[in-house]
Design a protein around this ligand. Structure first.
Ligand SMILES: NC(=O)c1ccc[n+]([C@@H]2O[C@H](COP(=O)([O-])OP(=O)(O)OC[C@H]3O[C@@H](n4cnc5c(N)ncnc54)[C@H](OP(=O)(O)O)[C@@H]3O)[C@@H](O)[C@H]2O)c1
Length: 364
């Protein structure tokens, strides 16, 4: 049995689902894959629970169930401190483990420092957090050079959908990727659906917020930056040396609304209704619908509104689903399409677990 130590940063919606999934699948993973996954540490924003030989089932239960108190306040928790120096070298083996995998399930900035420290000591890493992949190019290139094939990040684009794995296979097998287009935001997908159903823009945003599809400040979704980060991750995989600032981003609200408080923003949203009504009506008159699309073609990377024909697969998207379309030398006349739920704790956790298992089976 190959013994794998897991260190998980973040135990929110997705991190909680992952911890439960690891526990639920443990027996099957042991029997079918010959891998034993053991959490040696789990951290939230300010607390850390760790045990060199592995947290026991009771402790894991308590972390997942009683998370509201914060890990630092658990009887076996401690303040998180600086983790940079705390990575035991995997190569020399530690506490009986054959390999160690760091899983970043936060949305925090600055995680690349921990990641690099861990990777340098032989750990592998799995990310749901996009931020380490959209840092300035020199830091990104250093991270990638340190990681080699020991860093996986399927859940950063399309949650559990196999977007990154598919692109990696296309590239590894020598295909030439000419264009990637996709709808990568469940929130904006839902909003498009509302607009199509003749709901006003402000009512659509309010409904998406009420359903928990938006961040507490909906501008984080409506600004387009989350989609821009995903587009940049894909563009960088293609080898384009782009910065986040190079991505052309069309926000769904004017710049002057960025300075408002959340309450003021929500209260003034109705002023945009007329403009969106007009856009939707104009698209409809042309037999088309509006979608918020990310596009990478050549070294051009942009995200924004696009009118698509009703026969286009993007037009068929419902609710918060995602879609991605790869046009390549091999998939030219009939592009390769992946579609399905692009958010949600369960599917995202499954994407992470898939990466963990792939790394755990990979010996280099
Ligand atoms: N939710 C989805 O459907 C989905 C889909 C695809 C990708 N993702 C990505 O998955 C990540 C997590 O999403 P989520 O929905 O689970 O978010 P969440 O519920 O807000 O959880 C984030 C977790 O990270 C912890 N955290 C924040 N900063 C930290 C730090 N510096 N060190 C250690 N822990 C830290 C938080 O601690 P506290 O609890 O103490 O605040 C919390 O436990 C994000 O990057 C998100 O973009 C999410």
């Amino acid at each position: 049995m190959r013994q794998i130590a897991l260190v998980q940063l973040g135990i929110g919606q997705v991190g909680g689902a992952l911890a439960k999934m690891v526990r639920a699948q443990r027996q099957q993973i042991e029997q079918k894959l010959g891998l034993r996954l053991t959490y040696t540490a789990i951290a939230d924003i300010d607390g850390l629970a760790w045990a060199e030989n592995g947290l026991d089932e009771e402790q894991l239960d308590e972390i997942v169930q009683v998370k509201a108190r914060g890990i630092a306040d658990l009887p076996f928790g401690q303040p998180i401190g600086d983790l940079t120096g705390s990575w035991k070298p995997v190569r020399s083996g530690f506490a009986g483990f054959d390999d160690g995998i760091l899983v970043d399930v936060t949305a925090a900035d600055g995680m690349e420092t921990f990641l690099e420290a861990a990777l340098r000591r032989g750990w592998a890493a799995v990310l749901a957090n996009k931020n380490p992949l959209v840092v300035p190019l020199p830091s990104y290139q250093r991270l990638m050079a340190t990681a080699g094939r020991r860093l996986r990040y399927e859940a950063t684009v399309g949650a559990g959908l196999p977007v990154i794995a598919t692109l990696r296979t296309l590239l590894d097998t020598g295909d030439e990727v000419q264009r990637i287009e996709g709808c990568f935001s469940g929130t904006l997908g839902y909003l498009c659906h509302c607009l199509q159903e003749e709901m006003s823009f402000s009512a659509g945003v309010r409904e998406a917020k009420a359903l928990g599809y938006t961040e507490p400040d909906p501008r984080e979704d409506l600004g387009g930056m989350d989609v821009a980060r995903k587009a940049l991750i894909l563009a960088r995989m293609l080898g384009h040396e782009l910065e986040l600032a190079d991505v052309e981003v069309e926000a769904l609200f004017p710049v002057k609304m960025a300075a408002l408080s959340v309450e003021e923003f929500m209260a003034t949203l109705g002023r945009l209704d007329g403009e969106y009504e007009h856009r939707i009506a104009a698209a409809r008159a042309r037999g088309r619908v509006l979608r918020y699309v990310a596009e990478v073609e050549g070294s051009c990377c942009k995200v924004g509104w696009r009118e698509v024909g009703k026969e286009d697969l993007m037009a068929a998207l419902r609710g918060p689903d995602n879609i991605v379309r790869f046009t390549t030398k091999r998939y030219k006349d009939n592009p390769l399409v992946i579609a399905g739920p692009g958010a949600g704790p369960e599917v995202t956790a499954a994407g992470l677990l898939g990466d963990i298992l792939a790394l755990a089976q990979q010996r280099d």
